[in-house]
Design a binder for this molecule. Structure first.
Ligand code: BGC
Length: 741
C-alpha cells in the first residue's frame, strides 16, 4: 500500500519511478561515502581553487594544488579546462584516499570554442528556442573539453546600464528574464546530468547583484523585500524550476547583510521555501570579502557566517579549508551543517556519473570531434542575426542593394575580432574562425567594391585619421560605420559612469555624415550606450552588441537583407546617464507628466525629457506590421478563471519578416500600487508580405498577481488595462477588463 501511494505521489509530480529509485540509490551511495570520510576530507569537498591557466579574480595563493588534490583537500577547480588538463588533475584526485573525483567549473557564458552573442544580445532576439540552442551547443562543447559545470546563466535583473555586467544577463524585465533563465538552464543541462553533453547550470548571482547602487560593480544593494521578491527573485525561481543544479551567491550585501552570509536568502528562501536540493557556491572570494564588508572580523568568523548561512562551497577564499575543522572542533559550527553541504556536492558528482568513470568528460577523441563543428558556427550566425536591433532606417537606406558600386567601411571596429567576441569569451581573441565585419562584408559584397578607413581608435582622441576617412566616404555610394566599445569596456568590474559612445567616435560620425553620403552606423557594445547626435542625424542605425564568432557574417546578412531584423531591446536606452536607473515598468507617482513637455510641478527633469531615447521592447524591421481587431473573451474575469485576448497581426510592408508582439497589463488601482505597465506575454511571429495571423494570449490569475507587504502573492479585484504593440512605448491596441471576486 505504501509503495502504491508513493507511486501515485510520484506520478502526480511527474517523476518516473526509475528516476526516483536512481535518486534513492545515489542518496544511499552518498551516505555510505560520508560514513568513510574524515572531517578534513569533508571540508576538502567544500573547497574550490582556480587553476593557474586563466584567472578570473584575485588568486589567494598558488601553493601546490596538485599535492592538495592528492590529499583530498580540494573538491572542485575552476579555470581548468581541456581534456589534457582535466585528465591530469583527475588522475591526481584518483590518488587521494577515497578517490573522490574533482568537479571542473568554468565561466561558459556565451559559448565555449564557438562564441555566441553576449547574453544581453541574445535576449534581444526574444527567441527562446535560439537561446536554448546556443546554451545547448556551449554545453556540448564544454563537456567535450572536460568541463562539468558552467557558472551560468546569470539571471540578475539590471536596470542600470552603467553596470558593466548588464552584458551577461537578459536585461531589465522579470518576465522575459525568467523565460530566458529557463531556456538557458534547459540548454546547459540538456537531457539531464549524467549525459556526457550536459553540464551543470549555475543560477547567479544570488541575489539582487544587478541592483548595485550607482551601477558600481560589487556595490551594496538596498531594496524593499517586496521589490526583491517581485523583481529580482523570479528569474532565480524560474532557473530552479527548470532544474538548475547549482546556485552562486553574490558579492553585494542586501540591506546590510552580505549575500554570502545571508541566511534569509540562502537558507530560508532557496533551501527552505523553494526546496533547492543542489549546492551553493560562493562567488570568487566572497566568503573572505565579508571582512572588508565589515560583517566579520577575520576569515575564521567568515567561514562560520558563510556555512551557517548556507554557502556550501568556498570559491577561492580559503576560509573553509583553513578554518572549518577548527570551527567544528570548537563547537561553533555543527557537524550536520558540514555533512549537509558535502552531501549536496557529492550528490552532483554521482549524478554526473563521475564515480563510475572520473574521466568520462575527458575524452580526447570526443573533444576533437565536437569543438567547432560547422553546424555550431551556423547556429552562432543564426542567433547573432536574430540579436541585431534595427533602431532607425529613414529613407530605407537598408537593406543595401547588391548593385552598389562601392561601400566604404569606416570606423575603429571594422576589422575588430576580439572586440566583437565580447567580454567573458573563452580563448579571447585566439579563435581562428572569428569573422570581422570586413570579412563578413567581403563574403557577401559580390561585385561591390569595399573601401576601408579606420578613422579613429575606440578611445583615443586623435583626429589624425579623419581626413582619410572623409575622403574614403566621398568615394563610396554608401558608408557603413563600425563604432562602439572595446571588449573590456562592459563586463565584470567594467562599470562606466559615462556610457556615451567612447572617445571621439561621435565626432567621426559627424564628419562622415557631413559628406552627404547615406550613412549606416553599427553600434557594437556590451550595454546600452548614449549616442543622441547619431540617433538624431544618421539615417540608419543597427545595434549589433557583441555578436561572437560569426559577427561579421551575421551583420552582413542583415545589411544585405538576407535576414530581416526582428530583435527588440531588452533594456531601456537612456538619453543621458542622469536618467539612470531607467526602466519601463515604473510606478506612476502622484504627479506623472503626461508627456516630455508637461513639466509644471511634474515628475520629470527641468533640463531634459523624462522619456528614454529607445524604450524597452523597441526594434524595427525592414517591413511594417499593423495590429487590429482586439478581442477579449470576456470583460469580467473571476479570480480562478482565465481570459483569452486575441488580435490580428498583419505584415503591412513589402518584405517577409518577424514581429515580436507584446502584451502589457496595468492593474489600475491596487494596494500597494502597481507599475504603469508590465510585460505579461509575447509571441514572435513570421509573416509574409500581406499575411495576417490571429494571435491569442491567455491571461490567468498568475499574470495578475503580485506581492503585498507581507510578501504574500495576491490578486485584487478591479480594473486591468490591456495594451498590445510592438514596443512598450508603441501601444497599438488597448482595452480593459475587470477582475471580480
Ligand atoms: C564572478 C562570477 C564568476 C566567478 C568565477 C567572479 O568574479 O562574479 O560571475 O563565475 O568570478 O570566474
Amino acid at each position: 500500500m505504501i509503495r502504491r501511494n508513493t507511486f501515485i505521489f510520484l506520478l502526480a509530480l511527474g517523476i518516473s519511478t526509475a528516476a526516483y529509485s536512481q535518486t534513492q540509490d545515489i542518496d544511499r551511495k552518498v551516505e555510505a561515502l560520508l560514513q568513510k570520510m574524515t572531517l578534513e576530507e569533508k571540508v576538502g569537498q567544500l573547497n574550490q581553487y582556480t587553476g593557474d591557466w586563466e584567472v578570473t579574480g584575485p588568486v589567494t595563493n598558488s601553493g601546490n594544488k596538485v599535492e592538495d588534490v592528492k590529499k583530498g583537500k580540494i573538491g572542485s577547480m575552476l579555470n581548468v579546462r581541456g581534456v589534457k588538463h582535466t585528465r591530469e588533475l583527475q588522475q591526481a584526485a584518483m590518488q587521494s584516499r577515497l578517490k573522490i573525483p574533482l568537479l571542473f567549473g568554468q565561466d561558459v557564458i556565451h559559448g565555449y570554442r564557438v562564441t555566441f552573442p553576449i547574453p544581453l544580445a541574445e535576449a534581444a532576439s526574444w527567441d527562446l528556442e535560439a537561446i536554448e540552442k546556443s546554451a545547448r551547443i556551449a554545453a556540448t562543447e564544454a563537456a567535450s573539453s572536460g568541463i562539468h559545470w558552467t557558472f551560468a546563466p546569470m539571471v540578475d535583473i539590471a536596470r542600470d546600464p552603467r553596470w558593466g555586467r548588464v552584458m551577461e544577463g537578459a536585461g531589465e524585465d522579470t518576465y522575459l528574464g525568467s523565460l530566458i533563465a529557463k531556456a538557458r538552464v534547459k540548454g546547459f543541462q540538456g537531457k539531464g546530468l549524467g549525459n556526457t553533453n550536459a553540464v551543470m547550470a549555475c543560477a547567479k548571482h544570488f541575489a539582487a547583484y544587478g541592483a548595485a547602487i550607482g551601477g558600481r560593480d560589487y556595490n551594496s544593494v538596498d531594496m524593499s523585500l517586496r521589490t526583491l521578491w517581485e523583481v529580482y527573485l523570479p528569474p532565480f525561481k524560474a532557473a530552479l524550476d527548470a532544474g538548475a543544479a547549482t546556485f552562486m551567491n553574490s558579492f553585494n550585501d542586501i540591506n546590510g547583510i552580505p549575500a554570502t552570509g545571508n541566511s534569509y536568502i540562502q537558507r530560508d528562501i532557496l533551501k527552505g521555501k523553494w526546496g533547492f536540493k543542489g549546492f551553493v557556491v560562493s562567488d570568487w572570494g566572497s566568503i573572505g570579502e565579508m571582512i572588508q564588508h565589515g560583517y566579520v572580523k577575520d576569515n575564521y568568523e567568515a567561514a562560520e557566517a558563510a556555512i551557517t548561512a548556507g554557502s556550501d562551497m568556498d570559491m577561492e577564499s580559503r576560509s573553509y579549508i583553513n578554518h572549518l575543522v577548527k570551527l567544528v572542533g570548537e563547537g561553533k559550527v555543527k557537524q550536520e551543517l558540514i555533512d549537509d553541504a558535502v552531501r549536496r556536492i557529492l550528490r552532483k558528482k554521482f549524478e554526473l556519473g563521475l564515480f563510475d568513470d572520473p574521466y568520462r568528460f575527458s575524452n580526447e577523441k570526443r573533444e576533437k570531434k565536437t569543438l567547432n563543428k560547422p553546424e555550431f558556427l551556423q547556429a552562432a550566425r543564426d542567433v547573432a542575426k536574430r540579436s541585431i536591433v534595427l533602431l532607425k532606417n529613414e529613407g530605407s537606406v537598408l537593406p543595401l542593394s547588391k548593385d552598389l558600386k562601392s561601400v566604404a567601411l569606416i570606423g575603429p571596429l571594422v576589422k575588430a575580432e576580439k572586440d566583437m567576441q565580447g567580454f567573458w569569451s573563452i580563448d579571447w581573441g585566439k579563435e581562428d574562425h572569428l569573422v570581422s565585419l570586413y570579412e563578413g562584408m567581403q563574403n557577401q559584397a559580390g561585385k561591390t567594391k569595399l573601401l576601408y578607413a579606420k578613422g579613429c581608435h575606440v578611445q583615443d582622441t586623435s583626429r589624425a585619421g579623419f581626413a582619410e576617412a572623409v575622403s574614403t566616404a566621398k568615394e563610396a555610394d554608401v558608408v557603413v560605420m563600425a563604432m562602439g566599445e572595446k571588449f573590456d569596456m562592459s563586463g565584470e568590474a567594467k562599470s562606466r559612469s559615462n556610457i556615451h559612445l567612447p572617445g571621439i567616435q561621435e565626432e567621426l560620425i559627424k564628419a562622415i555624415q557631413a559628406t552627404g553620403k547615406p550613412v549606416v552606423v553599427l553600434l557594437m557594445a556590451g550595454r546600452p550606450m548614449v549616442f543622441n547626435w547619431t540617433a538624431d542625424h544618421v539615417p540608419a542605425i543597427l545595434y549589433t552588441w557583441w555578436l561572437g564568432s560569426q559577427a561579421g557574417n551575421a551583420i552582413a546578412d542583415v545589411l544585405y537583407g538576407n535576414y530581416n531584423p526582428s530583435a527588440k531591446l531588452p533594456m531601456t536606452f537612456p538619453r543621458s546617464e542622469g536618467q539612470i536607473p531607467i526602466y519601463y515598468n515604473y510606478l506612476n507617482t502622484g504627479r506623472p507628466a503626461k508627456d516630455d513637455t508637461d513639466m509644471n510641478y511634474r515628475s520629470g527633469y527641468i533640463d531634459m525629457q523624462k522619456s528614454p531615447k529607445y524604450a524597452f521592447g523597441y526594434g524595427l524591421s525592414y517591413t511594417t506590421f499593423s495590429y487590429s481587431n482586439l478581442k477579449l473573451s470576456q470583460k469580467q474575469m473571476g479570480k480562478n478563471d482565465s481570459i483569452s485576448i486575441s488580435f490580428t497581426l498583419t505584415n503591412s510592408g513589402k518584405l517577409a519578416g518577424e514581429e515580436v508582439a507584446q502584451l502589457y497589463l496595468r492593474d489600475v488601482v491596487a494596494k500597494p500600487v502597481r507599475p504603469v505597465k508590465e510585460l505579461k506575454a509575447f509571441k514572435k511571429v513570421m509573416l509574409q508580405p500581406g499575411e495576417s495571423r490571429t494571435i491569442s494570449f491567455t491571461i490567468d490569475k498568475e499574470s495578475l498577481s503580485f506581492y503585498n507587504d507581507n510578501l504574500e502573492k495576491i490578486t485584487q479585484a478591479g480594473e486591468f488595462e490591456v495594451m498590445i504593440g510592438g514596443s512598450s512605448d508603441a501601444i497599438k491596441l488597448d482595452d480593459k477588463f475587470d477582475l471580480v471576486d
